[in-house]
Design a binder for this molecule. Structure first.
Ligand code: IMP
Length: 178
């Protein structure tokens, strides 16, 4: 019995177990509950990758909040294309709101930089970035990540929302390429 999986001829091994993810997501929700106590934050979830993280995190967020979705794409296969495509945009009023962006992974930071720039023009009170995964060594853009569940090395991962060309999003654990 092996915990390894294969997607598109590439081998992956379990890297972060579902139980560990669940515990850490709860901790991050507690931090948000503390930091945004008495406020009604607007969560902006970045599809497709952040759908599972968003769903699990928000179950532990207390008090009133809103959630909206944008759909962005910058990856092809296991590498960034360097170009962020916006497939579904923001059509909600964010002026004077506390915005919390929910992302699956911050890699080069290009996607976040583009989204932060776009949201800034909508005059929110604050913008925070909350990501499931952060690859600090891959970061090339100067962006502030306020909440990161896990910092990971510069290796391709799938599962818990993350994919390789569309496959792997349903996996409950996070797998790392071997
Ligand atoms: P960035 O713009 O380079 O920061 O990349 C962010 C996007 O690239 C994420 O939202 C993911 O969709 C994708 N991405 C980056 N690294 C990985 C990975 O290891 N696995 C799956 N997708 C990734």
């Amino acid at each position: 019995m092996t915990n390894n999986i294969e997607i598109a001829d590439k081998q992956f091994e379990i890297y972060i177990n579902a139980d560990v993810i669940a515990k850490r997501v709860k901790e991050i929700a507690s931090a948000l509950n503390h930091d945004f106590s008495g406020k009604t934050p607007v969560f902006i979830s970045v599809l497709n990758g952040a759908f599972m993280f968003t769903s699990d995190l928000l179950k532990h967020v207390e008090g009133a909040c809103e959630v909206h979705f944008v759909k962005l794409s910058s990856y092809s296969g296991t590498g960034s294309t360097g170009e962020v495509k916006q497939l579904v945009g923001l059509n909600t009023d964010l002026s004077n709101r506390d915005v919390i962006i929910l992302e699956d992974i911050v890699d080069t930071g290009l996607t976040m930089k583009m989204l932060i720039g776009q949201i800034s023009t909508m005059h929110p009170s604050s913008i925070s970035v909350c990501t499931l995964l952060l690859k600090p060594d891959a970061l090339v853009e100067d962006i502030k990540v306020n909440y990161a569940c896990f910092e990971i090395p510069e290796k391709f991962v799938v599962g818990y929302g993350l994919d390789l060309d569309g496959i792997g999003r349903n996996l409950p654990h996070i797998y790392q390429i071997i």
